[in-house]
Design a protein around this ligand. Structure first.
Ligand SMILES: [Zn+2]
Ligand SMILES: [Zn+2]
Ligand SMILES: [Zn+2]
Length: 125
């Protein structure tokens, strides 16, 4: 029974992500889903999605967490795209292009936390 409820909650969280085309802050996820599940459930689901390679976490300059859907990840996340955070509306977006960062011989790159900031197209005008 508990397992079934968990599945329904997971689907709700995933649907919430699919409604957005940018990363969503932890705060907004909690606000958006507060009617259907508690904070602990949300936290657990986000954690398991992250472990399953469904979403990745972006931590901004203010140490706030944002989550974005992954495109082609499995349990091993592979990301070399940058993120952009708007200094006005604080929205975080994944930028589409990959970055090539040269690594020293014998080093294996697993993750980069790169956030560019500025004004998004909605705030620039
Ligand atoms: Zn990923
Ligand atoms: Zn903006
Ligand atoms: Zn991203």
């Amino acid at each position: 029974m508990i397992k079934k409820r968990q599945t329904v909650s997971k689907r709700k969280v995933l649907d919430f992500f699919k409604k957005h085309d940018h990363a969503i802050s932890h705060e907004l996820i909690e606000q958006g889903l507060s009617g259907s599940m508690d904070r602990v459930t949300i936290y657990r689901i986000l954690k398991s999605f992250e472990e399953d390679g469904l979403i990745h976490k972006i931590v901004d300059e203010n140490s706030k967490s944002h989550y974005a859907l992954c495109q082609e990840c499995n349990s091993q996340h592979v990301h070399n795209h940058m993120h952009f955070q708007c200094t006005n509306c604080e929205k975080v977006e994944c930028l589409d292009y990959d970055l090539e960062v040269p690594m020293p011989n014998g080093y294996q790159l697993k993750n980069m936390q790169l956030i560019a900031s500025g004004l998004c197209k909605d705030c620039v005008s």
